[in-house]
Design a protein around this ligand. Structure first.
Ligand code: FMN
Length: 190
């Protein structure tokens, strides 16, 4: 798969097979994240892999899923993520880091997908709770959480028809409207 083909294939997944993702793949994803561009090469991003059973359950309790279709879109029991990568911004390296986090996460998502691993990037996180659960030091901010596993869903893009709200079909798959290329592309002047 080319990078472009992987990008076209990528969809957020919120239902996973009960199958472990090898640690080597998680580390490969972090390596791809680590090599992302950063302003002034400050590299504020750090990574916390969570793959221990009790911690996986604890992290799950801090996350909010699929706001437009909650609770139907939540990962059902037995189909929850099997690992997480928590993206941290080390404030001693940079006060910012949000753009860097975006680049890092997308690198990780695409690298995972190349290995068959699906993901959901979550920003709706109870950070106060997660800091305690994972013993995160106060000089690190939690940017977001990447939930991981082998997919148990076949989600697809739909043409935008006036609403950005994704929906679930009767088979439990998400349909995600995207604005058309014509709608978002401008040339030379707006
Ligand atoms: C910064 C960011 C935060 C997100 N936070 C959540 C979240 O908290 N919970 C969730 O279920 N999905 C979350 N998502 C996933 C989006 O809902 C998803 O990307 C969007 O619906 C488009 O679907 P697609 O990724 O399949 O293109 C987030 C995505 C981004 C980029």
């Amino acid at each position: 798969m080319t990078v472009y083909e992987t990008i076209l294939k990528r969809r957020t997944v919120r239902s996973f097979q009960p199958r472990t993702v090898p640690g080597s793949i998680l580390e490969k994803m972090v390596n791809a994240g680590r090599l992302a561009p950063s302003a002034a090469n400050l590299q504020p991003c750090e990574f916390l892999i969570v793959d221990e059973q009790d911690l996986i359950a604890a992290v799950f309790s801090t996350l909010q899923w699929a706001g437009y279709v909650t609770p139907a879109g939540n990962p059902p029991e037995g189909k929850r993520p099997v690992a997480y990568i928590v993206l941290l911004l080390n404030q001693e390296k940079s006060q910012g880091g949000i753009s860097e986090a975006g680049a890092v996460i997308e690198n990780m998502i695409l690298t995972g997908l190349e290995e068959g691993v699906a993901s959901c990037w979550l920003g709706s996180v109870d950070r106060g709770q997660l800091v305690k659960i994972l013993n995160i030091p106060d000089y690190c901010r939690i940017d977001s959480v990447l939930a991981l596993g082998y997919p148990d869903q076949e989600n697809q893009v739909e043409d935008f028809a006036g609403s950005v709200k994704y929906w679930l079909d009767e088979n439990g798959n998400f349909h995600v409207p995207k604005r058309s290329l014509k709608d978002v592309l401008h040339r030379n002047t707006y």
